[in-house]
Design a protein around this ligand. Structure first.
Ligand code: URA
Length: 211
């Protein structure tokens, strides 16, 4: 498989992945003062909607809380999910890179984007999660998440709006990362929020269609 490191046997349970990522120091990010953040979502088919939502990596607050998308980006995501009628608690929410990559600036830890190499080292875990969770739809937010799912870089502008078939028959939908929206303001922000919501609405419609 392109862009994937062979790490041997695939873990068979989410608990095994959770344990393994906490012990992982295959790349320099794992050696910073941080803790791995595991994905979260319902474990039973009754409650699972079939949607997996993938981000880039935990941020400062996620690292401290040990849960994905609980900081500012997560709050913005929650607003948009609610607007299109996607129930976050019925989705499996996770990240491509399992540890928070940052540089220390005084008291603050500033986000650093993972390199393609780091994504390719870490994507083994999110791929393993996907194989266990078996979502019908995957929403990858941002270029790192898209690379994490595909093993190659795609342009968000070009890839958004239409599903990309994955090898197991599920569909990958690509959109912008909510942190990108947070960095914009004015008309640019409004336009990108509109496009983001449109992508989420398409995923919501597809999810309804599949159920
Ligand atoms: N950004 C991400 O990509 N993931 C998180 O969990 C939080 C912020």
């Amino acid at each position: 498989e392109k862009g994937a490191i062979d790490m041997g046997e695939r873990p068979e349970t989410l608990a095994a992945i959770d344990k393994a990522i906490h012990a992982c120091a295959r790349c320099p990010i794992g050696e910073l003062n941080n803790a791995a953040v595991m994905g979260e979502g319902p474990q039973d088919a009754q409650r699972f909607s079939g949607l997996m939502i993938v981000g880039e990596q935990p941020g400062d607050q996620e690292d401290l809380a040990g849960r994905p998308f609980v900081g500012p980006a997560g709050q913005l995501l929650d607003v948009h999910l609610a607007q299109v009628g996607i129930d976050r608690s019925a989705a499996y929410v996770t990240n491509t890179v399992k540890h928070f990559k940052y540089v220390q600036r005084g008291k603050r830890r500033l986000h650093q984007s993972p390199t393609a190499k780091e994504i390719d080292m870490c994507r083994w875990w999110v791929e393993s999660e996907r194989m266990i969770v078996q979502p019908r739809l995957v929403l990858a937010m941002g270029a790192s998440a898209a690379r994490g799912m595909l093993g190659r870089t795609v342009s968000i502008t070009k890839a958004r709006g239409a599903p990309i078939p994955l090898e197991d028959g599920s569909e990958l939908w690509v959109t912008a990362h909510p942190s990108y929206l947070l960095r914009l303001d004015g008309a640019g922000r409004e336009e990108q929020e509109r496009l983001f919501r449109k992508d989420l609405a398409a995923v919501a419609a597809r999810l309804t269609q599949l159920q």
